[in-house]
Design a protein around this ligand. Sequence first.
Ligand code: COA
Length: 299
Amino acid sequence: MSVRSETIFKPDIFKGKVVFCTGANSGGICSIQVDTLMRHGCNAAILGRRAELSLSAAKKFEENNPGRKCLGLSGDVRDYKSLQDAVKKTVETFGKIDFVIAGAAGNFLSPIEAASPRAFETVIGIDLLGTYNTIKAVLPELKKTKGSIIAISATLQEGATLLQAHAASAKAGVDTLIRHVALEYGPYGIRANTIAPGPIEGTEGFDRLVPKDTGGQLNPAKKIPVQRFGTKDDIANATVFLCSPAASYVTGTQIVVDGGEVLMKTQNSFIPYPEALLSGMSFRPEDQKKDAKKAGSKL
Ligand code: COA
């Protein structure tokens, strides 16, 4: 069961803090994060490609969190100058930046041969170069506040994921980049981590990737070790933890918020999961032989 972050963390834990976030316009993971940090007292600046979307998302965040301010900015994360301008406006408005969430991402399903070099470059550009540009532009501000960075990663790059060569390559780069940021900027008091979300209900990614019709098969959530899909609260809690002083010794790492889903990539797919475990089935060779005989005698 997931819980609301206010039941665990102080409701005003981030009073007076400022978060700068890319990729919060679309109602996805970063929108949950900005909304949560504002609920706990932060003011926010969000950057998206389309100005009208940034402005309407910022208005919504303010309506959800009375008394808090959200600045809607437009720019392309692939353009470093966009980020420099956005950081400047944020500091002019709020005076500083304490937290950075680098989450702007692009993705589609495609085998390698069906996507052009430009398609690959586009995803690497938004996800990896975009994360680099965001971090590079905010580092001078984070040095002043001893701030914290969260980049949005994924579990696609663990092993390999069908039709995701472009996005998995980009996210592997994001993980590596974050480790280097943690190493180089730890001495300045800056922490950098990634969050790798699993299937989180109510997000765009979930709607695109989890089929509504399972053709009468087992509830797909049962294929996840904790036996449920993720909720917005799961992302909220990981975000509050990473930004809070409770995580002051946590840097250069990845927090996977997926109920253990990524572990299924390396499981023996011939053993029915979770039925084989929950049924109390024996895996001793002698019992297996007996079961095979019984099954044979029924034929
Ligand atoms: N399959 C294969 N190639 C694709 C594609 C798909 N589904 N979607 C886009 N491309 C290719 C385009 O054909 C183009 O390559 P080309 O010029 O060689 O034809 C290249 O990618 C860039 O596309 P474009 O639409 O010009 O770029 P964009 O910056 O406007 O779009 C994308 C970015 C490609 C990531 C787009 O999928 C997108 O905006 N998605 C919505 C955001 C999103 O994915 N969010 C999820 C985050 S997990």
